[in-house]
Every structure is written in C-alpha cells, then in structure tokens.
Design a protein around this ligand. Sequence first.
Ligand SMILES: [Zn+2]
Length: 240
Amino acid sequence: MKRQLRSWEEDLVRELLETFKIAHLTQNKEDQWRWHLEPSRNYTTKSAYSQLLKGDTRPAGDFKRVWKAPIPPKVSAFCWQLLHRKLPTKDNLATRGILTDTSSLSCCWCDTSLESLESPDHMFVNCNLAFTLWMKCYKWWDKQYVMGNSRRMVLDQHKWIGGQKLIDKGWNIIWFAMVWTLWLGKNDMILKKKEAKVDCFFELVQTRSFYWAKNTAGMDGFSISTWCQNPVNCLKIKPN
Ligand SMILES: [Zn+2]
C-alpha cells in the first residue's frame, strides 16, 4: 500500500507539475535546449537578467524582493535558499540521502512525542515556537489576520498587508528578520546548546529589522525604542 505523501513531498509534486505545464513534447524529434526570451532561441545573460527584474512572475518577483531588499547579502542568499527549498533542513538532508536515520528528522523545538518533521514550512511557520513568534510580531505591528501555513504564503501576505509603500517595505523586512532569526536560533541551539526563547528571538527580530529598515527612506532620526513602540509611525512620518 502506498503511504500518504508528507506536506513537503506534496510541495515537490506541485512544483514538478507546474514545470510540466510549460513543457511541449514532440515525438520523433531529438531533445534540444531553446531559450524563449531571445528570437535566436540562444541563451543570453542579458535577457535572463532583465526577465528576472521585471517582477511579473513569481520567481522573478522573488528575485527582486530578496536581492533588492535592504538586508545584508548573506541574509538575501539565505532567504533565496529558503524560498527554493535549498536549506539544509532535516527533510532536505534526508531527501539527499545525507540523513538516513528517519527517527532523527523531527524538529528540535517541538516535543519529540509529536514527531514533527523539520521542514522549512514547519520550522519557519507552523512550529509552535515560530507561530508564537509570528503572533508576537503581529501584535507589535497591531495587525490581526489569519496567517498562511507556508513560508511562501506568509511572505506573500507581507507583500500587501501594509497598504502604503514604506510600510510594505518595513513589513517585508519583518519576514526577512523573522526567518533569519529563527534559523540562527536553531543553529545556536544545536551547535551551542543555547535554549530557544521566544522573547529573546523577538528582541532580535526587533533589533535586526530596525537596522535594516534604517536603510529605507524616511527612517532617519528614529531610535530603536521608537521602532519597538510604534514601527508603523517610524515608516510613515518623516522627521523635520
Ligand atoms: Zn517544531
């Protein structure tokens, strides 16, 4: 009997089916590479780069949001890997045959009896620790809404939830600060045996997002304590 697919495997199947949708199969013809962005059908980096910057499609939108965001390049690289399932989470390591003991794939923050697989969507969104941290963030920004159940959905929600352009930017930064803090927190727990505390994570999210948001227009003159009290005001009002 076939076993039921896990949620991360369902994601992979969905991605595969999406890829098939754009494939055109022809019988009795040899396979060949064709690049549809050039009339010659030959690949050029110029056409690839301009397509990525257009931001019309989801991967292109990701490219712009992640690589043009006012965050350190190493965080952009990390977020890019996270969105494209390239992080060395336990589910990924098991898929690649690096972790073979299936009993050691559970999330390090969850009660081991729950056997929650450490996948990107679990560790950054659905894990109780991550969820509590998101809720603290929404309270801080005075936002109330139903959160998506995947890292992608949450990022997309962050794109439009702010309303105004600057708030959108700030709200995007929160997503980056959240996932980066959770990832470093997990590494600290495993490598340095440091206890994972939501309140400590939350303070780190506030600090990181403040310094990153300072790179956006209109943030000069505001202190970190003002940011922690009312981030929306910091992004909306330009000081004299
Ligand atoms: Zn967990």
